[in-house]
Every structure is written in structure tokens, then in C-alpha cells.
Design a binder for this molecule. Sequence first.
Ligand SMILES: Nc1ncnc2c1ncn2[C@@H]1O[C@H](COP(=O)(O)OP(=O)(O)OP(=O)(O)O)[C@@H](O)[C@H]1O
Ligand SMILES: [Mg+2]
Length: 196
Amino acid sequence: MTFVVIEGIDGSGKSTVISLLSRLLPRVYVTREPSSSPIGRLIKEWALREGTADPRVDALLFAADRIEHYKREIEPRLREGYIVICERYVESSIAYQGAAGVPIEYIKFINSAVPKPDITVILDVDPEVAIARVKQRGAAEKYEQLSFLKRVRGIYLSRAAEEGYPVLDASRPAEEVAKEVARLIEKRLGSRESTS
Ligand SMILES: Nc1ncnc2c1ncn2[C@@H]1O[C@H](COP(=O)(O)OP(=O)(O)OP(=O)(O)O)[C@@H](O)[C@H]1O
Ligand SMILES: [Mg+2]
């Protein structure tokens, strides 16, 4: 019944770390945003392409996808007792659409319908390293540009300082990063058991 979100720029290793985590922890349900819903598909097939939507439209689509994703997928799994690990959530909207020029207060407002995660972890890596990692995957998406990812990283780090999110050095081997995230989750689970 713990809602964990893994954040970080493209290529920081979120998907890699999450797949390792699902082997380190019991009863894990893994999901990601954009979701597999029709709104998520619209984002992937249209909004994430180069030079398409206005950044406010992106922000609105991501927020709409997130409300559906939370209600239809995340909340039911939490009720069933899973540790839900989600790749990207509200902080991705703040960092990416914020870097694209949308006021952060506007992004926070349109995301106020969904609850905060129990744990948000930021995987931090130099954008040059991240770009080199994702280049091996093929054509870059519209956000995968060095100057843009530098701004995204800056927002993630200032949000982490404001909100107290743990920032993990994700230039290390993924196994090491995953073990550290697992320890953070276990600590949180342990402290909850001892208070309830
Ligand atoms: N710690 C690491 N060290 C070296 N390479 C890594 C590490 N973590 C991931 N990679 C490699 O970098 C690439 C991107 O990793 P991954 O897909 O996990 O990143 P991501 O943060 O999920 O990216 P996206 O935001 O695009 O979903 C993959 O080829 C992966 O194998
Ligand atoms: Mg990924």
C-alpha cells in the first residue's frame, strides 16, 4: 500500500532501476506515465512528437492522463496491497512543461486532483551522459535535447530541495541505484509498521 514514484530526466535509468526493483521487493506493481489509456496513447503518438502541441496542451493532456491513470490503475492496486512503482508523475509535468515555459503554479493546479506519492525519488545524472545513453535507442523525442534537459534537471533539483525528495546519483551502476531505492522504500515501510 505504498505509492512510489521514480523521476529523472530521459536516460537517467528509471525503467532500468524499476525493473531491478521489482526483483528486490515483494508484491510490486509497476506502471508508468504516459499511461496505456487512450489519453496516454494520444500523448505518445501526437504530443511527444517534435513541434506539435503548445506546452500548455501538453500539460493538460498529461494531467488528464494522470487522473485517469490514478483512478483506474494506481488506486485499485494500492487498495489490493501492492507497492505501486510509477515511472514519472506530477514532478515530470512540473519539470518538463515548466522547462517548456508553462507557469509552475498552473501545472500544480491542474494536477491537484491526484494525491501525492508516499515516496518520490529523483534519479540524477548529467544530461550529457543521459543523452549518450538514449541515443543508442534511436531517434530522439522532442524533449531529448541537451539544453532542454539541463533546464529540466535544474527544476527537478530545485523541487527536490523544496520538497525534501531524495536525489540519487544515477551515474553509478543501475544495480547500486536500485538497491538504494529499495532501502528507502523498506525504511518507509518499516517506519509505517511501527507507528500503526
Ligand atoms: N546506471 C546506468 N548505467 C549505464 N547505463 C544505464 C544505466 N541505467 C540505464 N542505462 C541505460 O541507459 C538507457 C536508458 O535507460 P532507461 O530506459 O532505464 O532510462 P529512463 O530514465 O527510463 O528513460 P526515459 O525517460 O526515456 O524512459 C538504456 O539503454 C539503459 O540500458
Ligand atoms: Mg523509461
